[in-house]
Ligand binder design. Sequence first.
Ligand code: NAG
Ligand code: NAG
Length: 501
Amino acid sequence: MAEHVKVVHGDEVSQGWLSKVGLGRVKGFVTTTTSFIIFFFLVVIAALIWMDVVSPFSFTSPSSKIHHEKIHHEKIQFPLNCSSFINYMTAFEPKESSAETCPDYFRWIHQDLKPWKASGITKDMIERGIPVADFRLVIVNGNVYVERYRPSFQTRDLFTLWGILQLLKLYPGEVPDLELVFYCGDNTVIMKRDYQGRSAATPPPVFHYCGEKAALDIIFPDWSFWGWAEVNIKPWEDTLKAIKKGAERIKWENREPYGHWKGAPTSADRGDLLNCNVSDKLDWRVRVYKQDWGKEIGEGFKHSNLGDQCTHRYKIYAEGRTWSVSEKYIMACDSMTLMIQPGYYDFFSRSLVPMQHFWPIFRENKCRHLKFAVEWGNSHTHQAQAIGKAGSQFMEEMLSMRNVYDYMFHLLNEYSKLLKFKPTIPPNAQRVCSETTEHGLAKEFMLQSMVKSPSDKHPCALPPPFKPRAIRASLVAKQNNIRQVEMWEAEYWKKLHDKKQ
Ligand SMILES: *[C@@H]1O[C@H](CO)[C@@H](O)[C@H](O)[C@H]1NC(C)=O
Ligand SMILES: *[C@@H]1O[C@H](CO)[C@@H](O)[C@H](O)[C@H]1NC(C)=O
């Protein structure tokens, strides 16, 4: 993340293509033809750098640097332009007051904000987060202002801002004034170890897409809920519909009785997974495929359609560099998810329970574990189907866009309660609006994911924090489920071994 690009504001144009994909307002006029060619070129390059649906590269990866040079001259216009001044403070009169309680995973909001509960959040704390942040976001009176520090990878920042603007349209007048900094990369950035000890400073609150045990990043839903233009993944609502349709095409019993994974080895774990593929000598009951992106581009992403990937009874989830946006797509298939022990989590995944929503797979010797999981499923088809179903139901119901917006709302609302100062518009910030002059897929996805009218009910009711005891108890329960699997598996291999002798 060493690359520093000039901060963009007003009419300044930054260097480097990524900023042009981002919020930098680009001077000059681009003809339709050129922009078409440019967009096509951008898609091609983006697809090349993108190895896999499952794991985006971060800005720093070596291959993204190579291509980054190539697309130096791409221009996409500032896409969230403010020609008509809509203020989202106006006109919000929900008919119903929602008495519904939010899903359980909302409780992690309290947990993520805990480091600042006693101290509150000062402007200084936020500003100490700037060196790792991509942008600062300020909401004042329902208007959104952004100060950019550096371009994010692809259009992650744009789609994240787009999502926030849609939230303001869904609940006009309800989102309080606030100021925060946001990081759009893969890796976690605020590490616990740097803020331990009596004299340690309070950590800077930095919003990001994922967390891990060792980190204090505040977890916010990732851009893919509004679409991932570079790889043709539609907004979550549409993608989910396509996956559900795909899942209905082949009944569980008629699906291939193997574990399936498709993607590219962007992590050691995934490289390791490729070694489990079926060969002349061995069959671990695993079928893994590499994405051929060259071909995909030529054929218009025909074979990377997520709706066509519910063909196997078991779907394997493997993390990329950190968390992977693929989790929701994989789990929505009604197939049992074989989840290779993740090290990272996003805003909802801490509430997934092994053996209820997925089958846990250990990292070490994963081929053996995968084989056992598949064999177990094929001889316990009802249970395997039930786990698949429960996982998909979680994705469909708990992860409805309404819940995603409500999560954002409550997180921002709880966060704003901690602020010790009154947010004001930063001098270098640009106002952003929910009006797109974006081209091609990005525009299409923004239009598809646009909130068209305010909600007729209030957000769901935020459940109280977990008691520390409850968190420990749920960890123990998860651990017990995993132990159960271990025991079954030990028995299985022992029997196989005994048979051979
Ligand atoms: C915003 O977009 C409209 C077209 O939708 C365009 O006419 C206008 O010039 C744009 N404004 C800015 C500031 O770019
Ligand atoms: C895995 O094996 C299948 C079946 O032989 C093959 O089609 C596929 O290309 C293999 N995958 C990889 C990544 O080599």
